[in-house]
Design a protein around this ligand. Structure first.
Ligand code: HAM
Length: 423
């Protein structure tokens, strides 16, 4: 009996990996241009880290974590997101002593026990970026501009940037109470889930996809009308930097986030092309998080983009995989050995070379060379070995001439350079 993979955890197959590598290298290139450096943190952390940062009453912590007890009795969890582990590492290694501003990015698998569907998986991958130590609203704008830049560089234009502000610990409690009072007046119209959670997490009700809940909350008070002066000024300044740089965005006062650490600016890159999973990237400010995890009182802002969702939106295929420069077709044992030696020495000089390992006929070797898209084919047999030269076929022009085997590398380099122009 064969063993299958785990539901919601996908293989990324060779014909898909090109897109992933393109997205990853584009992210690295853009993020590094904006001064971010990579940080790598473990996939497993103490469970408490996620409870304290993401929040006890969130879906992620309540229902979605892969939590287990290790052999020493510690409760550990597979990371459901990257911000908390990065902040843990930042505090633990006192990165703030090296630089007052830290810009970090990360890339890797995250784990959430969600119901798998298109764009939603149990192991998924995020590319995330975090700036620590800057209160200035211009950094919020810069993070958003970088996100928009990344999407443009990745060739994904079916997205819209939506922004909101969730206020701070001064103004949010008042808004929250107002929302609870509003929801109490509409309780009968809410779904079971929202009736259960409206007291513990009233903002989540605004995010409920059930049509009845949407209708019942149309007239709900808007968070943006209840910001304190500081949060309001901050939001106005973020918008004015976005306007000044002609960065397109929409304001979505109903946007709430599924993690508790957010303050002030929050945002999502949304698409209509992925059904219910409409957020391709999301993030926001988390000014109290580092302190609440035992670190210094430093603010932070960042985002994470889901690689699976990016790959689903990336319909045009990126650069095709490189083709062999040369296929050496060999006839007979002695030629097979020579083909192997020639290939080994050419590979050392960074030519892409293939030979046949399956003992195929000359005809089928030539078919394979064609299938692989080899640029040149060298055909060697006993006679060719004896005279130390062999026919080299140019697959693009379908012409061939006799070339010496001793200076093959030099000749191949010249021919590849001569022929590098597309036809
Ligand atoms: P999040 O909104 O939970 O935020 O996730 C960010 C992105 O990860 C989503 O927009 C989506 O593209 C992807 N994602 C989330 N869950 C899944 C899933 N089950 N399957 C596939 N993709 C998924 C965070 O994780 C925050 N740490 C972002 C952040 C960074 N905030 C500040 N800094």
């Amino acid at each position: 009996m064969t063993i299958s993979g785990i539901k919601g955890m996908n293989d990324i197959l060779p014909n898909e990996v090109q897109t992933w590598q393109f997205l990853e290298s584009t992210a690295r290139r853009i993020f590094e241009t904006y001064g971010f450096t990579e940080i790598r943190v473990p996939v497993v952390e103490k469970t408490e880290l996620f409870c304290r940062s993401i929040g006890e009453t969130t879906d992620i912590v309540e229902k979605e974590m892969y939590t287990f007890t290790d052999k020493s009795g510690n409760s550990l969890s597979l990371r459901p997101e990257g911000t908390a582990p990065v902040m843990r590492s930042f505090i633990e290694h006192k990165l703030y002593t090296l630089d007052p501003v830290n810009k970090l990015y990360y890339l890797g698998p995250m784990f959430r026990y969600e119901r798998p569907q298109k764009g939603r998986y149990r192991q998924f991958h995020q590319i995330g970026a975090e700036v620590i130590g800057v209160d200035d609203p211009r950094i919020d704008a810069q993070v958003l501009i970088m996100l928009v830049h990344f999407f443009a560089a990745a060739g994904i234009d079916t997205v819209e940037l939506q922004i909101n502000s969730l206020g701070c610990k001064e103004c949010r409690p008042g808004y929250r109470q107002m929302l609870v009072t509003f929801l109490e007046s509409r309780l009968n119209a809410l779904c079971d889930d929202c009736r259960r959670r409206y007291l513990a997490n009233p903002l989540r009700v605004l995010d409920c996809k059930v049509p009845g809940c949407r209708e019942a909350t149309v007239a709900a008070p808007s968070v943006l009308d209840h910001l304190c002066a500081g949060c309001n000024d901050h939001f106005v300044a973020v918008r004015s930097s976005l306007d000044a740089t002609k960065t397109p965005y929409a304001i979505n006062p109903r946007m709430v986030r599924g993690l508790d650490y957010y303050t002030k600016t929050t945002f999502e890159m949304v698409t209509e092309n992925l059904g219910a999973q409409n957020a391709v990237a999301a993030g926001g400010r988390y000014d109290g998080l580092i302190k609440s995890l035992g670190g210094p009182s430093l603010s932070g802002i960042g985002f994470a983009a889901g690689l699976e969702r990016l790959a689903l939106l990336k319909t045009s295929s990126p650069v095709p995989p490189p083709r062999p420069d040369l296929f050496i077709a060999a006839l007979g044992d002695a030629a097979g050995k020579e083909a192997f030696l020639l290939m080994s020495s050419l590979l050392q000089r960074n030519f892409r070379v293939e030979i046949d390992f399956l003992g195929k006929s000359l005809k089928s070797q030539l078919r394979r060379a064609d299938k692989l898209g080899a640029r040149f084919v060298l055909i060697i047999g006993e006679d060719e070995l004896a005279r130390n030269s062999a026919p080299l076929r140019d697959m693009r022009t379908a012409t061939q001439d006799e070339v010496g085997l001793t200076d093959l590398a030099q000749l191949l380099m010249e021919r590849l350079q001569q022929n590098s122009a597309p036809i």
